[in-house]
Write a protein that binds this ligand. Structure first.
Ligand code: GLN
Length: 551
């Protein structure tokens, strides 16, 4: 029977519970254990798919088409396993299941209540991922202890201990130990209060992971141990790390995995070498390269979390430190007029929905095509590249996507034939993994090194097959299609150093030690451009400030 680790958070949100859970997952995997992770989210949306990225950050898509919390991206990148939609459950989806059962008459005669019906459903969700081929399930409970909506989840994980036996469960509580300036001290009181709150729900944490700016002293750890009634070894400090991939090593040095394994009697010899190699590569990534990320949600960088991580992974591979220049898409035309995009070595046009900022992406696509700047388009990125090409190379003046201009004369991007005219857009997105066949000799086939690839999708609109021939005659290469050849999955421009668009979201499949091939080749092309430009122009005098587009 699998062992269960529950991770809750206290004091404040955004403490990195997801990264703590992911890091522990990796440490256990490095002991030869089979690990899976899941996230329970207390909000009422059925899934985050309908939420604005400003509210919730990126929607992470799984192979089976689940639209899930961005923490699943951390889970996959750290434990290097593909998860499914079952690894994310929300209050909304739990109530939906219980209400459907109620209507079916499954509870005949009973009053349906939070306890036991909702809590039972939560326990079922936890059991659902605890398959026979898994040794450890790590369940992260979203939100913060003390929230109203978290209560059924705390009750369910409390009951879960009786269901599977005391030795098979470990509760980890992640808290903040703030530094209070005027007192000149790190303070443990918020942690004490948070643990008291957790206890009032019947859960005594086994381990407390303390986030802090600076390391905690041994005395402070002893104090937390005494006041919160946990073993001294069980007070684990996660002081701010240089980069997130260091976290497993930091937590290991703090004894987290040893303690958890002792507590639950988990066997397994730890071999850290593969992860140490990842961290060494991260540390050695110093060649500068500057990539413009042109998006409409850039005020919340979490909206592009997997894209950012993919760029970093590609950098690690090349020994390059990727500097991301965040560019608001609406500002592109102005920046171009001022010549300010010339400082970029490469461009990423990420995904997005709605018309705001689209013209800026189209302008950036044109600039990158005309100036030979490496450019990778992701989903909406491919669509804006195709529109740009249709307008400025083929000469179809108002070419557009029907998403942005339903009456455009040249709908280069449109709904699939069978979906045109359908009013209700619910459930019409292409979601999850689809195969694509790559044209031999193409840049994408070269990058992937295989003729058939699978990538995750999340979009409603497609490259309009009616325009394919016209665009190809003008020089664009639709270098990857669906196996039935109807849907364009990849485009590229022969002769350009790297002008590649994909209808998919490859950013969901990059790993720190296995960068995605398209990101890897984008960064390679960007480095080549940068190093060629630097060779041609003398370096600026020492002390010259670097130009910035972000200020
Ligand atoms: N809005 C576009 C579509 O629905 C692109 C979506 C995306 O970039 N994920 O097709």
């Amino acid at each position: 029977m699998p062992k269960h680790i529950f991770v809750t958070g206290g004091v404040a949100s955004s403490l990195g519970k997801g990264l703590t859970a992911s890091s522990l997952g990796r440490l256990l995997k490095l002991r030869g254990l089979r690990v899976t992770l899941q996230k329970l989210d207390p909000y009422i949306n059925i899934d985050p798919g309908t939420m604005n990225p400003f509210e919730h950050g990126e929607v992470f898509v799984t192979d089976d088409g689940g639209e899930t919390d961005l923490d699943l991206g951390h889970y996959e990148r750290f434990i290097d396993e593909n998860l499914s939609r079952n690894s994310n459950a929300t209050t909304g989806s739990i109530y939906q299941a219980v209400l459907a059962a109620e209507r079916r008459g499954d509870y005949l005669g009973k009053t349906v209540q939070v306890i036991p019906h909702i809590t039972d459903e939560i326990k079922r969700r936890i059991e659902r991922v605890a398959r026979n081929d898994v040794d450890v399930v790590i369940t992260e409970v979203g939100g913060t202890v003390g929230d109203i909506e978290i209560l059924p989840f705390l009750e369910a994980i409390r009951q879960f201990r009786n269901l599977v036996g005391r030795d098979n469960v470990c509760y980890i509580h992640v808290t903040l130990v703030p530094f209070i300036g005027p007192a000149g001290e790190q303070k443990t009181k918020p942690t004490q209060h948070s643990v008291t709150e957790l206890r009032s729900r019947g859960i005594q944490p086994d381990v407390i992971v303390c986030r802090s700016d600076d390391p905690l002293s041994p005395e402070l750890k002893r104090k937390i141990s005494a006041l919160c009634d946990v073993d001294e070894r069980a007070v684990v400090n996660a002081a701010d790390a240089k980069n997130i991939y260091q976290l497993p090593l930091i937590l290991h040095d703090e004894g987290l995995d040893d303690y958890v394994c002792d507590l639950m009697r988990i066997e397994g010899e730890l071999d850290l070498t593969t992860w140490e190699a990842v961290v060494e590569k991260v540390d050695a990534a110093t060649r500068p390269v500057r990539i413009g990320l042109i998006g409409k949600y850039i005020k919340l960088p979490d909206a592009y979390l997997s894209v950012v991580e993919s760029l970093k992974h590609a950098g690690f591979h090349h020994g390059a430190k990727v500097e991301i220049v965040w560019i608001q898409s609406e500002n592109v035309e102005g920046l171009l007029a001022a010549g300010e995009l010339s400082q970029l070595d490469g461009i990423v046009l990420p995904g997005g929905f709605g018309s705001r900022g689209v013209e800026g992406k189209i302008a950036a696509a044109r600039y990158s095509r005309e100036e030979g700047v490496p450019c990778l388009g992701l989903c909406l990125g491919l669509q804006t590249m195709a529109i740009e090409f249709a307008r400025n190379v083929v000469g179809l003046a108002d070419a557009n996507s029907t998403e942005f201009d339903p009456t455009t004369q040249y709908p280069i991007i449109d709904l699939m034939l069978e979906q045109r005219g359908i009013e209700d857009k619910g459930g019409t997105m292409r979601l999850g993994a689809y195969y694509a066949v790559l044209a031999s000799g193409s840049q994408v086939a070269e990058a992937y090194g295989e003729p058939v690839v699978s990538e995750r999708h999340r979009h409603r609109y497609e490259f309009n097959e009616e325009y394919r021939e016209q665009l190809e005659t003008a020089g664009l290469w639709c270098s990857g299609t669906s196996p039935d050849k109807r849907l364009v999955e990849f485009i590229e421009l022969p002769g350009h150093p790297f002008w590649v668009g994909t209808q998919a979201h490859p950013e969901f499949k990059s790993r720190p030690d296995r960068p995605h091939p398209l990101f890897r080749d984008l960064i390679a092309a960007a480095l080549t451009r940068r190093e060629a430009t630097n060779a041609a122009t003398p370096a600026p005098a020492a002390g010259t400030p670097e130009p910035s587009l972000t200020s």
